[in-house]
Design a protein. Sequence first.
Length: 362
Amino acid sequence: MSEGKYRALWLEGESLIVIDQTKLPFSYETKRLTTSTDAVHAIKDMTVRGAGVIGSVAAFGVYLAALECQGNLEKIEILAQRIRSARPTAVNLMWAVDRMLKVLESANSPQEIIATAHQEAIAISDEDALGSQKIGEFGCDVIAKIAEQKGGKTVNILTHCNAGWLAIVDRGSALAPMYEARDRGIDIHVWVDETRPRNQGANLTAWELGQSQIPHTLIADNTGGLLMQYGKVDLCIVGTDRVTRSGDVANKIGTYLKALAAYDNQVPFYVALPSSTFDMQVSDGVKEIEIETRSADEVLYMQGLLASGDIGQVRVAPIETPALNYGFDVTPARLVTGLITERGICAANEAAISSMFPDLLS
Ligand code: MRU
């Protein structure tokens, strides 16, 4: 079901194969993960990115830990905690590890522990795939309505960062409605924020959309506001790394500014997510969600294709200039038009979230 030829990850015997996202769009390479430490590194160094895929790699990481420890639960738990703390913001990581450990507790023998870990990791990944299909369908209904209001003219959608099939198995979250719109024959065009400093928009979203023949234009991160003032954005759809029970949304740095501009220009601002991205333990996103601080070098240097044909980095600031690099920000619920989930579109507030997802409250 994934776009083009690939899925973001797959099992090969007792190894997990992932696409090396640090090399895209210049080179398509895969990495073989054979230990839980490999999984930790893949998450930490951004070989894999995006909340859902991080969750799936974490789940398979626990399976690799089970193999390494020959089904010894105490040892698995120690390795699982390392996976759990590989990155702080995307809650799918913690959710996937906790879910894995919970099912392993009820297995009765080392062999059963390994078999259960294998099964549960596949289930987590497959559930994401089913969920993203539904997110695509519900999100596309919103696009279809706008297309109708516009008399069939092109619907312009703005997105930030990457929330396609490289980020959520198997069609993505924010991009899933766009893939569905293409399948339904709705005319769309996507404004792709470059998403500095790591350029997930330029490197990953533009690559995904290009592979799928979806018309798109790359824009500098600060262009969205002007496009909205010009009436060139019909709606925004972004993904998310964590949504609180009150509907606050943590997503890639810069999302909040897009939401403010959308609000000021009456442009609908939707957030697409699988239910595994809700964190019902927290309410106030700004105060309670830990925002990852990343290396200053990601701001001071840009990675790209050098004239030599190699992938390399160039410095973009004076040698003595310091930099600050927060990876994510929080968009308050009041700026969010709706949450596109696998169960339908939900208002971004505690009552609506609790009534659509009562099972998450326990
Ligand atoms: O820091 P990254 O590259 O892992 O960022 C993750 C993302 O792709 C997003 O923030 C995305 O918009 C939401 S995750 C589907």
